[in-house]
Design a binder for this molecule. Sequence first.
Ligand code: PMP
Length: 398
Amino acid sequence: MTLFASVELAPRDPILGLNEAFNADTRATKVNLGVGVYFTDEGKIPLLRAVQAAEQARLEAAAPRGYLPIEGIAAYDKAVQELLFGKDSALLAEGRVVTAQALGGTGALKIGADFIKRLVPDATVAISDPSWENHRALFESAGFPVVNYSYYDAASHGVNFDGMLASLDALPAKSVVVLHACCHNPTGVDLTTEQWKQVVAVCQEKGLIPFLDMAYQGFSDGIDEDGAAVRLFAESGQSFFVSSSFSKSFSLYGERVGAISIVTQNKDESARVLSQVKRVIRTNYSNPPTHGGTVVATVLNSPELRAQWEEELGEMRDRIKLMRTQLVDKLAAAGAGDFTFVKEQRGMFSYSGLTAAQVEVLRAEHGIYAVSTGRICVAALNSRNIDAVAGAIAAVLK
Ligand code: PMP
């Protein structure tokens, strides 16, 4: 018996599997709407001008590459806090937020999960139904049982809000509730401010542990607008977690730039929590990499580069909205029916309502790749492929 003889082949990641199939497809007209990446109208992943300027400055400075502190670059952590909570946040002034640089949003979630496991070992984790495909696996691998709370309502293309409240209300105290702070992945369907207020109240009444996942700040309505849910939780006085990511908002996917922020009750708690978070990080990867964090901190702390970044972020946001509007109009013109709901959805994704069978026909007959749940990445549409996509969807629905 060899050491690895009993190792089973793990199931393929569904989205990466889709990419492999897409790459192997030889049709020139193929379109990949399966990915979770923003593309320009030319079909490229942008390298933002603000990022290029910060990288240029860094190269010229020829800075040595010593180890960073375990919690990362101080100027980066502070900039993250200000984006999430607002520059004038009372919590920041009171020293009630602990932030550590992390390896993307995924790394941030894992640091938070590992810390909570030590703090509340018997906790259950609740994620939305449906949720980002890695939430369940990530919290399960951190040792938690993971359950779903009601979220998406296919019939209305909206939120089953009564169902959601009922699910949250039924959770035992100290359950972790993972909430998409904006631009829900995969549905694109977000809560209203009024609904957020009610969710904040249930979490508080029931003594739940809110864990806000902020992977798309700036992709819905703007930086501060998209921070609204985080700020409502902040105002409520509860302790909670926020994982955040710059993968999309800075188009820095491969640099792995994110952060975990934890809201405590006072400065003293913050010091103790930070010391434990540092232990989690130290035993996982010791300290974060320098490049992405330096670039983001440089951009966010320079008034000129920050203004440029906000402009570029606005361009990405506007292009996505334009693609939503055009898709809806073109689908209507092609006789595919009323897809107005796609305009109400937020962020990069849309639950199109297509069934797994229809998605398969789209792929086989038209070379258009979407996730079997019907999720399409609106940020992969462009002026050259949108007519073909709308035509193909209309054909599949006929
Ligand atoms: N959370 C959600 C909801 C996401 O959609 C993603 C990435 N697509 C992440 C977390 C992970 O972000 P990152 O790529 O920065 O690890």
